[in-house]
Design a protein around this ligand. Structure first.
Ligand code: ADP
Ligand code: 5GP
Length: 212
């Protein structure tokens, strides 16, 4: 059955482990998923490379991308722009890959509005204490930035129930498996298999008539 890929949005509090999860999911199921690389105006963190974690852009470059409608969606998050380039997403969906956008909630809701069959997944650590300790443990942000990300998490929690599934990232290995199972289950939804259903109906009708 040759099915177009599913567009999947993964959101979650900064520090919930989305990046770690995505890396592991793609490593295990390289042929199944494609991860969209966003454009952003924030500075690269240590170890991040242009074109791998993000396309790092100046504010002017980013605003040009907006004007040329090169982004599916974009949002401002803690003083920086983040957005999803359109072309890669369309190509990969067409090729039958499930495309994952790891984006925050404003962007997620815009994508859902524009493409209603998008699957929305929300990743959370088991507790607030664990969230804080992961942000501190990552060691990439100043205490002020950590505080602003915790404040942003409180705002984002207000939208958690607008997602299709909640994914608690406690044990990483279990979490990767659950995420894969949810997505695979989504492929079996009857509304995503209309062509198969139609063919089956027609073949059965022909069979009853004795044509086959
Ligand atoms: P996000 O992309 O959501 O901001 P990261 O993937 O950068 O989060 O993870 C934040 C920190 O938490 C990192 O130091 C990462 O190694 C750690 N982490 C991720 N998942 C888990 C997990 N299941 N258990 C413990 N620590 C984790
Ligand atoms: P970070 O700076 O930690 O890499 O990302 C900050 C937030 O921006 C995260 O919640 C991340 O999911 C979100 N984000 C990353 N790329 C995009 C994007 O293309 N669009 C939107 N709307 N959010 C994004």
């Amino acid at each position: 059955m040759n099915q177009r890929g599913i567009l999947i949005v993964v959101s979650g509090f900064s520090g919930s482990g989305k990046g770690t999860l995505m890396k592991e999911l793609l490593k295990r199921y390289e042929q199944t998923y494609a991860l969209s690389i966003s454009a952003t105006t924030r500075n690269p963190r240590e170890g991040e490379a242009d074109g791998r974690e993000y396309f790092f852009k100046s504010k002017e470059e980013f605003e040009k991308m907006i004007a040329k409608e090169e982004l599916i969606e974009y949002a401002k998050y803690v003083e920086n722009y983040y957005g999803t380039p359109r072309e890669y997403v369309e190509q990969q969906l067409e090729a039958g890959k499930d495309v994952i956008l790891e984006i925050e909630i404003q962007g997620a809701l815009k994508v859902k509005e524009r493409f209603p069959d998008t699957l929305l997944l929300f990743v959370t650590p088991p507790t607030v204490e664990e969230l804080h300790s992961r942000l501190v443990g990552r060691g990439t942000e100043t205490p002020e930035v950590i505080a602003s990300r915790m404040a942003r998490a409180a705002e984002e929690a207000e939208g958690m129930d607008r997602y299709d599934y909640l994914i608690v990232n406690d044990n990483l290995d279990t979490c990767v498996r659950i995420m894969h199972e949810i997505i695979q289950g989504e492929h079996r939804r009857s509304s995503r298999n209309e062509e198969f259903i139609q063919n089956m109906k027609e073949a059965l009708k022909r069979n009853v008539k004795g044509d086959e």
